[in-house]
Design a protein around this ligand. Structure first.
Ligand code: SF4
Length: 446
């Protein structure tokens, strides 16, 4: 073998929702790497296309890295897709999985047939994986990857994670491939809501994209003819902050520069899909800022429960009165509040559930819309071992009533089923092998 020869590499991203945001970001990371300009990246949108794309790239003599990114609910369908692809394409390719589920459950993910799991954020890992394949080095030992070592006992070996990125180091999307999306302005979260994967995946610290870097990418969007700008953030009004405080000067700088860069035709959306705001951050001053610069007529507010006891047990960091106050002042400033609620959180007794439903009705009657979810015991969270959320018949009827009055929406019924399946998989995994992972080298940034 000529060790000096570089191989041609193609990356095939299974471009299915909701992993598209992450895969768009990774495509942007590849675009931004000068030494990887010759790498082909393709984005098939269904299983037949994944099979066809991998086949075409192999026919061209390229080494193929196939990538999936998924949350816990979509793990089974991605695992099924890989099985179908392997059945159809017998030639070798490297199947890599990333995202919050793979990070929290590397063993389960590797057992599903993926060759490598990217543990944590993927920008550096995908670049190093491509370079390793291109240079003929084993990609399994690059920092941030977990792999299954078969043999006595089949153990998962995980290389220590690389240092976490700063958002300014990487593009938020992939302009050369004409894939645009919301700009991630904040990664990680200092709050520690016990049901949420974000702080456990991306570290309990905020990392913000700078105003100037954001404006640069907004200009790129504008040059491509894009007019609507949305942001990704775990808590929009935390922009520029490192703690619970709100820095409206930083938020204003971001919105003003973004609007300027987007031009007079552009529309900026903030504190709404695909992001949200925490209720205690909603103040008249914050709303006035959003009104001044943004086009949204609604806000997404994380409420989660109408029981103070449940909010406290979930470490939400606010109480029910904060939710009601946020809704009232949002309405007073002309925003329709969409308030997230989670049904069946651990420790939620019947009284708590009744309290939640009462608050939902109260908010609905004020003019808000309730977005109902069912609790899922997500891997990697403190609630991972809890029972899946369930809704009793009386609550179910009341929720249906609210929905028929257009006061409530959401996939809570589907999520009830998904949560039960997720808990079943978790229990099966625990019976099978536990979750032990050997970290090969110590991380200074775990
Ligand atoms: S629910 Fe929101 S505020 Fe709470 S930890 Fe998750 S991202 Fe942060």
């Amino acid at each position: 073998m000529d060790l000096g020869a570089k191989r041609e590499v193609a990356v095939v991203f299974s471009f299915r929702s909701p992993g598209r945001y992450a895969l768009t970001t990774l495509t942007g990371a590849i675009e931004g790497a000068d030494d990887l300009r010759s790498v082909t990246v393709v984005h098939p949108r269904n299983t037949a296309e994944v099979i066809a794309c991998i086949g075409e790239q192999l026919d061209l003599g390229r080494e193929v890295i196939a990538g999936w990114s998924f949350y816990s609910p979509s793990f089974p369908e991605c695992a099924d897709e890989l099985r179908e692809v392997r059945a159809a394409e017998k030639r070798a390719f490297l199947a890599v999985a990333g995202g919050v589920h793979a990070t929290a459950e590397p063993r389960q993910t590797l057992d599903a047939g993926f060759d490598l799991v990217c543990v944590g954020e993927g920008e550096r890992v995908i670049l190093e994986a491509i370079r390793a394949v291109r240079d003929g080095r084993p990609p399994s030992t690059i920092p941030g990857c977990a792999r299954l070592e078969t043999g006595a006992g089949d153990v998962v070996k995980q290389e220590a994670r690389p240092p976490r990125i700063e958002l300014d180091q990487f593009p938020p999307f992939a302009p050369r491939h004409e894939y645009f999306g919301p700009i991630e302005i904040t990664r990680g979260c200092i709050y520690a809501c016990r049901f949420c994967q974000t702080p456990y995946f991306s570290k309990a610290r905020f990392r913000h994209r700078s105003v100037e870097n954001t404006a640069h990418w907004v200009s790129t969007m504008r040059e491509a003819g894009k007019r609507d700008l949305r942001f990704v953030s775990p808590t929009s009004l935390s922009y520029g902050s490192q703690d619970e405080s709100v820095h409206l000067d930083a938020v204003e700088a971001l919105l003003a520069r973004s609007k300027e860069a987007l031009g007079p035709e552009g529309r900026v959306y903030f504190g709404t899909f695909p992001s949200e705001v925490r209720p205690e951050h909603v103040t008249p001053e914050a709303l006035a800022l959003i009104k001044k610069y943004c086009a949204n007529d609604n806000l997404v507010i994380g409420g989660q429960s109408g029981s103070d006891r449940v909010l406290q047990a979930s470490m939400r960091g606010h109480d029910v009165s904060a939710i009601i106050h946020a809704v009232k002042i949002s309405l007073a400033h002309g925003f329709v509040p969409n308030v997230d609620f989670i049904l069946g959180l651990p420790g939620e007794a019947v009284d708590d559930l009744r309290a939640s439903v009462n608050v939902m009705r109260q908010l609905g009657e004020l003019g808000a819309r309730v977005h109902a979810h069912t609790f899922m015991p997500l891997p990697g969270t403190p609630f991972r071992d809890a029972a899946p959320g369930q809704v009793d018949d009386e609550t179910r009827e009341e929720l249906d009533r609210l929905a028929s009055q257009k006061l409530l929406y959401g996939q809570w019924k589907l999520q009830e089923r998904v949560a039960a399946e997720m808990a079943e998989r978790r229990d099966q995994s625990a019976r099978g092998y536990g979750s032990a992972v050997t970290v090969v080298s110590p991380s200074d940034d775990a």
